[in-house]
Design a protein around this ligand. Structure first.
Ligand SMILES: C[S@@+](CC[C@H](N)C(=O)[O-])C[C@H]1O[C@@H](n2cnc3c(N)ncnc32)[C@H](O)[C@@H]1O
Length: 274
């Protein structure tokens, strides 16, 4: 495969376009990443320049090229039971306290924003089911910007890498192993409602309201401060008063917002809407 040159100017144009559309900030040092990942698309489309490619993305009316661009530049790393202490805090501390205060018995609503291939919302669903809760008690929404990951999430067929942290009894109870694959049971699959939402798009974000808890983990790191502020302010609006935001344990809302009250529950930092 011959290398197609990416000039600094075109790199900046592509980088700015990605930022404008997704909030993802790509620094100068990541030029090689854009060059590598997008070269494959150029070759496939038999295009000779990145300039031509950028034009195609901008003028593609149904958004499929933009979606493909997001797929190429996003990092989708995830796995079941990731940062398990945060999930245990949800199950053992947050849910009992929300349910106790929830005299009108509305369903407990969780949103996995930036869910990638679905391991996060499905882990939450299985943990709730282990507590004998059903979809009569809870509702789980999950979203991502990438069509590619959402389509894998809906299929819910995983490899040994994704399932490596799953406790044995969960694996036996909620998965069917077929060859090298692990197929998630339809009961868990159908308990999560997936949709495409771009975290910096106000319209999509405004469509989600009344959440008790939002997991938005390991995605804020890709945004600059301005984009983080916008996303976090939208997440705030999607929560009920007293609702919780949980971000990745290596992420922070320092210098991003003061609207939430941070506290430590079970050694986990949680952000509560006041
Ligand atoms: C590293 S994964 C995190 C998955 C999961 N939350 C976890 O912690 O394991 C980051 C995800 O964020 C998504 N993403 C990036 N920018 C986004 C945006 N502007 N709106 C929605 N999702 C976005 C990517 O497509 C990717 O699937």
């Amino acid at each position: 495969m011959l290398n197609i040159p990416l000039s600094d100017t075109t790199f900046k144009n592509i980088r700015d376009y990605i930022y404008e559309k997704s909030g993802i900030y790509i620094s100068d040092t990541k030029k090689y990443l854009i060059e590598n990942r997008l070269s494959r698309i150029l070759h496939e489309k038999k295009m000779n320049s990145f300039e031509e490619y950028l034009k195609t993305v901008k003028f593609n009316s149904n958004g499929s090229e933009l979606s493909r661009l997001f797929d190429a530049v996003t990092t989708n790393e995830t796995y079941f039971f990731r940062e398990e202490h945060q999930l245990t805090t949800l199950i053992d501390h947050i849910i009992p306290s929300v349910m106790q205060g929830n005299k009108n018995s509305h369903k407990f609503k969780v949103w996995s924003a930036a869910c990638s291939t679905g391991e996060e919302p499905y882990t939450i669903a299985m943990m709730l089911m282990e507590k004998r809760l059903t979809t009569k008690d809870f509702e789980i929404k999950a979203s991502d910007i990438s069509d590619g990951v959402l389509s894998s999430a809906k299929k819910a067929v995983y490899n040994s890498y994704s399932v490596r942290n799953i406790p044995g009894h969960y694996l036996n109870k909620y998965f069917d192993s077929k060859g090298d694959n692990f197929n998630l049971s339809s009961r868990v699959k159908s308990s999560v409602n997936f949709r495409k939402i771009n975290l910096i798009d106000d319209r999509g974000m405004n469509s989600i309201r009344g959440m008790d808890v939002i997991f938005c983990r390991n995605v804020l790191i890709y945004f600059d401060n301005k984009a983080k502020q916008k996303v976090v302010s939208n997440l705030y609006d999607s929560l009920i008063p007293g609702g919780y935001l949980i971000i990745g344990s290596s992420e922070s809302l320092h210098n991003v917002t003061r609207a939430f009250r941070p506290s430590i529950l079970n050694k986990v930092i949680v952000y509560q809407k006041v």
